[in-house]
Ligand binder design. Structure first.
Ligand SMILES: C[S@@+](CC[C@H](N)C(=O)[O-])C[C@H]1O[C@@H](n2cnc3c(N)ncnc32)[C@H](O)[C@@H]1O
Length: 329
C-alpha cells in the first residue's frame, strides 16, 4: 500500500484525477495523461480506491480529501521519500537489528557502524531524502528557538551535532557578537563549514570534529550555551548519559544547556505521537541499532542523574518540538 500510494503521487495519477475535479477520470484517460499503461493506471487507482485516496463513480475515479492531501502536503512528501529511499529496503532486517542491537538494515548501503558515518557517502537520492527529512522538522522550529536562546545573549555557543550548519548559520546571522564551535563527524562538518563560508559567516565558526560515541573524547569547554537539536535521539540511554556529562562540563559557570527535540509525550495530537513512536524502528534498523524517539521525561531523568536541572520548557515550537533549558544543579 505504501509503494502504491507513493506511486499514485509520483507518477502524477493523483494530480491528473484531481485536476478533473468532481467530473473524475477513467483509468484509460489517466493512463494517457501520465504515460502509464491502462493496466498500470488501473492497478494503482484501484489501490487508491481501497485506501480512500480516490472514489469510483460511474466508471470514473474522483479525488478524495485524503487523496488531495497525499498529493499536496509537503510533510507527507518528505516522509514518504525518507521511508522509500532510506528505510524501506533495510527494514527487512528489523528483527536482526532488534536482536543484535546493531543497524542491520544499514548494510543495504554498505558496511557502516551508523547512518551518521554513512551519511556523506550515501547514494544521492538517499542522502538528499535523509537531509530533507531531518531539516524539514528542525527548520520549522529553529526561528522560534533561536529567539529564546539568543535572548540570553550568549557570546559563545557549542553546537553538538551541527549537521549542515543550519542552526549555527541562523544564530550567527541574528547575533553579530556570537562565535560558534561546531561538533559533528568529519563529513558533516565539511558540509557545515562550506555552507557557513558561503554565507560569509565562516570566520565566527570553528569546526571541532568529535565522535561522541568515544566516551573519552572530551568536548571543548567554557561556553555560554551548549546546543543539541534532534541529537540525543541518535543515541542509547547509556550513550546519552555520557554525552550529557560532557555537555555539562562544556558549560562555563552560568551557562545553559539547550535541548531541542521531538518528544512523543509532549504532542498535541495523537497522530503526531503515533508518527514519532513509529520512527523508532528507523533508529533500530538503519540509524544505530540502539536508540529511539524518547519521551521528554526519559531525557530529563538522565539529565538529573548527570546533575542537570530543568530551568524552563518551551513547548510547541515549529511542528513537533520542545525546547528544554537546563543548568548544572
Ligand atoms: C538527526 S541529526 C540532527 C542535526 C541538526 N542538529 C538538526 O537539528 O537538524 C544528528 C546529527 O548528529 C550527528 N552525529 C551522530 N552521531 C554522532 C557522533 N557519534 N559524533 C558526533 N556527531 C554525531 C550526525 O552526523 C547529525 O549531523
Amino acid at each position: 500500500m505504501f509503494q502504491a500510494t507513493r506511486l499514485l503521487r509520483s507518477t502524477g495519477l493523483l494530480e491528473a484525477v484531481e485536476d478533473r475535479g468532481a467530473e473524475g477520470m477513467t483509468a484509460a484517460e489517466a493512463a494517457t495523461k501520465t504515460g502509464l499503461s491502462i493496466y498500470a493506471a488501473t492497478v494503482l487507482l484501484e489501490c487508491g480506491l481501497s485506501a480512500d485516496l480516490v472514489a469510483y463513480d460511474n466508471g470514473k475515479f474522483v479525488i478524495t480529501t485524503l487523496g488531495a492531501f497525499i498529493r499536496r502536503d509537503e510533510m507527507t512528501a518528505v516522509n514518504m521519500e525518507f521511508v522509500h529511499e532510506v528505510c524501506y529496503l533495510g527494514m527487512h532486517k528489523l528483527e536482526d537489528a532488534l536482536r543484535l542491537g546493531e543497524p542491520a538494515g544499514l548494510r543495504v548501503f554498505g558496511e557502516w557502524k551508523t547512518v551518521y558515518e554513512a551519511l556523506a557517502h550515501l547514494p544521492e537520492n538517499a542522502k538528499s531524502a535523509w537531509l530533507r527529512f531531518d531539516h524539514f522538522y528542525s527548520d520549522a522550529a529553529f526561528p522560534a528557538a533561536s529567539r529564546i536562546v539568543l535572548e540570553r545573549q550568549p557570546q559563545t555557543m557549542l553546537d553538538i551535532g551541527c549537521n549542515t550548519g543550519k542552526w549555527a548559520s541562523l544564530c550567527l546571522a541574528r547575533s553579530p557578537e556570537l562565535c560558534a564551535t561546531l561538533v559533528d563527524l568529519p563529513g558533516q562538518l565539511e558540509m557545515a563549514m562550506q555552507n557557513l563560508r558561503e554565507k560569509g559567516l565562516g570566520d565566527r565558526a570553528v569546526p571541532c570534529p568529535v565522535d561522541v560515541l568515544d566516551p573519552h573524547a572530551e568536548l571543548p569547554s567554557g561556553f555560554d550555551a551548549v546546543w543539541m537539536s534532534q541529537f540525543l535521539v541518535c543515541f542509547s540511554e547509556d550513550e546519552v548519559r555520557t554525552i550529557l556529562r560532557r555537555a555539562r562540563r562544556a558549560l562555563r559557570p552560568g551557562g545553559r544547556l539547550w535541548i531541542l527535540d521531538t518528544f512523543w509525550d509532549t504532542q498535541r495530537f495523537d497522530a503526531a505521537a503515533y508518527c514519532l513512536i513509529n520512527t523508532s524502528p528507523y533508529f533500530t534498523a538503519i540509524a544505530n541499532g540502539n536508540s529511539r524517539m524518547y519521551r521528554a521525561e526519559d531525557i530529563l531523568a538522565l539529565a538529573r542523574e548527570e546533575g542537570l536541572e530543568l530551568q524552563t520548557t518551551h513547548e510547541r515550537l515549529g511542528i513537533y518540538h520542545s525546547l528544554l533549558e537546563l543548568a548544572p544543579g
